[in-house]
Design a protein around this ligand. Sequence first.
Ligand SMILES: [Zn+2]
Length: 302
Amino acid sequence: MSFNSEVKEELCKIDNKKECCMKAEGYGLLLFSKMLVPSEKSVKYENRSVARTIAEYAASCAGVIADVRTSLRKDARETHVLVIRGEQQKETLCARFGHSVKDANIRINKDNIKNECCKGAFLRGAFIASGSIADPMKEYLMEFIVPYARLAEDLFSFITDLEFAPICSITKRNGINVIYIKDGNSVENLLTFMSARTSSMNIMQTRMYKEAKNNINRLSNFETANIDRTLSASAVQTAAIAMLSDSGMLKELSPQLRQIADLRLENPEMTLGEMSRITGISRSGVKHRMDRLIRLSGEAGR
Ligand SMILES: [Zn+2]
């Protein structure tokens, strides 16, 4: 089962202890599944628990029966289609949450999320109906896909206004409004806020694992950096000598400097100690000449 499905399964099983929270979750579910939009005759879901939960809340919040029709697609996956029978039932459902079937602009009616305790339940409903979450081993990403611009803006404000201030963005992808959260800490806090304790714990453990792995990588990078340093010093010297050669300055230099320059060009990986042994010049003498070559190349480059 994908991480997204695991999270949805966990969320669908949560019971609301208070009547107000039950209504708020039902509102989130029905509003973000487009069931309160008059022109939407049916809604399709691949996840059976999601379709069933929405139908259950339509019944428990407003006494409206939504049929769930299951069919098998060509690729053997199940599709669950939610349908509300008749205009009258749709009107009853809309009226229960203070919406009108004539509403042109569908937005969040805050009267349905009156108490602080209801906010988590409402967001849980919205996420079950329109959200998805990526596997935290790959990336931290929670998304809400909302087909209506004003509704998307309302949900964006609702999330950013939460007390723990999740880092959240809103964009359009192929003309569809997407609200997304990419910050690991915010994703974890939002799951906790929706009462998905197991999923939130899983994210936390993944984050700790990734952090430990990064620390180990940083240590081994430090060791390879020391080897890189020898090579990059040689690369700087070779580049300097090449520049002197290109500008014609190399052939005018003293034989002592030219000797070191030639040796470096022929042996890019040779250490200064080795160059000292071959030439019979002290290591500091070799270093001094090399530094002089680099300084002169600076003048040649001007
Ligand atoms: Zn409540």
